[in-house]
Each structure stands twice: as C-alpha cells, then as structure tokens.
Write a protein that binds this ligand. Structure first.
Ligand SMILES: Cc1cc2nc3c(=O)[nH]c(=O)nc-3n(C[C@H](O)[C@H](O)[C@H](O)COP(=O)(O)O)c2cc1C
Length: 337
C-alpha cells in the first residue's frame, strides 16, 4: 500500500484522487453525483439499476442512466441474475457513455436476493461466472464488481469470487466487508479487504465505515487497497472527499467549514430543481436536507421545518434562516428550539 500514490486506474480510466462515491439507491442520482464531484471525489457511481428494467425500456429506469459530462468519470451499476439481460443492459449502459460498468454482487435486500441477483450470486459461483462472462463479452468498457464478504464471515467467498472475476477479465473489485446477513449493521471487517488485496493483482477498492479523512488513509494503510469508497459518511459530509485529498497530499485537513457546507447544499438544491423540476425536487429535498445536516445543532427542528417545504424559494429561505441562527448561536429566534 502506498497512500502517497494519489491515483489508481481501472483499466484505462485514471481515478484521482483515489476516492469513490459509493453507489446508493435513493441517494446517488445525478444532482448528488455532481455535488460530490465538485468537492473532489475521484469517481462517482450511479444508483443500482435493474437490468430487467433497462431491457424492458422502463422510463424511470432508463432515466437513471442519464448523466452529464460534469460527472465524469462515472461508473454505472447494474444488477440482475439473467446473463442475457445483464449483457443487453450492459450494452445500453456502454452506449449511454458510462466510463466504467459495475455489477452488483452485494445487495442483500430480500426482494433482490430472491431473484438470484446481488449477494445471492456470492453463494453461486457458477451463476456469478455466467453473468460476468456474458457482460464481459458484451462490452469493451472497463468492468468492475462490487461485493460483500459473502454469506459467512471468513472472507473465503470474497476471495474466490474476486479471483474468478480477475480470470474472467474484470478490471477492478470493490469490497464492502460485511456479510449479507449483517446488512449495514455491526462493523466492516477490513481484514477481508486485505485478504482480497493479497490474492489478486487488479485494483481493489476498499469500502465500509469511513467517516472521515483519517479513516480513509487508515483503511489504505491497513489493507493495501488502491482506492477507498465512501457511502454514508459522504451523505452527511459531502466535503469528505476534499478532506481526504488534502490528507493524502500531506496537507492539513480543512476544518469543517459551515459556510462551505451550506454553499454545497445550496448548489445541490439548485441542481435538484433543474433535474427533477421544482415540485418533485422539493419533495425529495424534505428528507435529503435532513441527512445533509445530520449532527448539526437543533437538527431535529430543521428536519421538521424541512418536512413542509413546498418551493425552492422556501428551501433557500429555510437554509438561510438556519445558517444565520447557527452563526448567532440560536439567540435571536424563538422558533428554533
Ligand atoms: C441507503 C443506501 C443505499 C445503498 N444502495 C446501494 C446500491 O444501490 N448499490 C450498491 O452496490 N450498494 C449500495 N449500498 C451500499 C453502499 O454502497 C456501501 O457499500 C455501504 O453503505 C457501506 O459503505 P459505508 O460504510 O461507507 O456507508 C447502499 C447503502 C445505503 C445505506
């Protein structure tokens, strides 16, 4: 491991800084990806996209593939269990201009697992091989897989799947070291990332429980991973990528800067409105503002106020009011308790 290396590559796609925004359903849509990209994230990923939905031309699913040049490099993740559907979906994603195609082997949600997709593929190497082979044959774009520890905690399933994936032409793997049964609870076992790193030669992206820049560098040092992927930590603090970049460059980690955080949220709100239209964006912002300001003083007051937002003007007014009250130590307003 060499945390001084500020770059890694997935085949020909260079990723610098070596940070990746985790694919997250209901979170990493185009406006969110643009926000983290503006804050120095090396690679952004789409939400998981159903291969069945793409093959059936479902309008909502097809819209999830849309992106802009400002998000590049962009990885688009698909899931499914049927090799022919996965191959067709992969071609559609390649045609849409994705820089990297990712296959989901980690989703442990019942609805997905019972179709044989996501984490179900980790206990059926033959089915996993059929999916990877079909997709690899269908596209030339760099291919990655995102996996979990597996169904039991040793990490043997992760190592076996990654070795096979490498042999089948996968260009990099991402390891979230929790078992399928764990969901998102308990702790990520970073030793599984280290084991995978020791058994394959393609890049390994480590994921799980990175909440600040120090955690990111610690994961790189402890596991030897080539890049780090951040999920929930970036939902709360989208500036984490700039902080990791500074630490990797040997600079002081920029302090939590409230003004910068609010500036990022305002830009995000604007992009949401542009992407979804004002009404839909406001409905989405009601919960999203809650997670973006998690941990801030009087956040529960803010969440209740955000739950009633009806327009972008109201959204911006609420943000302005809250930011001002925050600066004043909440001395001047009775309503914020
Ligand atoms: C709300 C939510 C949605 C997620 N959606 C996806 C997804 O669509 N595809 C995927 O591979 N992983 C998904 N994940 C898992 C994350 O990508 C990541 O592996 C996990 O959150 C662990 O990283 P963290 O500890 O940095 O959050 C999701 C996680 C959460 C909390």
């Amino acid at each position: 491991m060499n945390p001084e290396r500020h770059i890694f590559a997935v085949n020909a796609v260079e990723i610098s800084p070596p940070t990746v925004m985790a694919p997250m359903a209901g979170v990493t849509d185009a406006p969110f990806r643009r926000m983290v990209k503006q804050n120095h994230c090396g690679l952004v990923c789409s939400e998981m996209i159903s291969s069945n939905g793409l093959c059936q031309n479902s309008g909502k699913t097809v819209q999830m593939v849309h992106h802009s040049i400002s998000e590049k490099p962009l990885s688009i993740q698909i899931f499914g269990a049927k090799p022919d559907y996965m191959a067709r979906a992969a071609s559609m994603v390649e045609e849409a201009g994705a820089d990297i195609l990712d296959i989901n082997f980690g989703c442990s949600v019942k609805k997905v697992v019972k179709t044989g997709a996501g984490a179900a593929l980790m206990k059926d190497l033959k089915a996993a091989a059929a999916v990877i082979k079909a997709v690899r044959r269908a596209v030339a774009v760099p291919l990655t897989i995102k996996i979990r520890t597996g169904w039991e905690p040793s990490g043997n399933e992760a190592v076996a799947l990654c070795q096979m994936a490498q042999d089948l032409g996968v260009d990099a793997v991402c390891v979230h070291p929790r078992t399928a049964g764990q969901g998102f609870s308990g702790h990520a076992d970073w030793s599984v990332i280290r084991r995978v790193r020791q058994h394959i030669s393609i890049p390994v992206i480590g994921n799980g429980d990175i909440l600040n820049a120090e955690d990111a560098v610690a994961m790189m040092k402890r596991t030897g991973c080539d890049g780090v992927m951040i999920g929930r930590g970036a939902m709360v603090n989208p500036l984490i990528f700039a902080q990791i970049r500074a630490l990797l460059q040997g600079l002081a980690v920029p302090k939590e800067d409230t003004a910068q955080r609010f500036a990022a949220i305002r830009t995000y709100a604007g992009q949401m409105s542009e992407f979804y239209g004002e009404d839909h964006a406001c409905r989405l912002m009601r919960s999203r503002l809650g997670w973006l300001l998690k941990g801030m003083p009087r956040a529960s007051w803010f969440r209740s106020a955000a739950a009633c937002l009806k327009s972008m003007a109201e959204t911006h007014a609420l943000l302005k009011d809250y930011e001002q009250q925050l600066a004043d130590g909440f001395r001047t307003k009775d309503s914020i308790k």
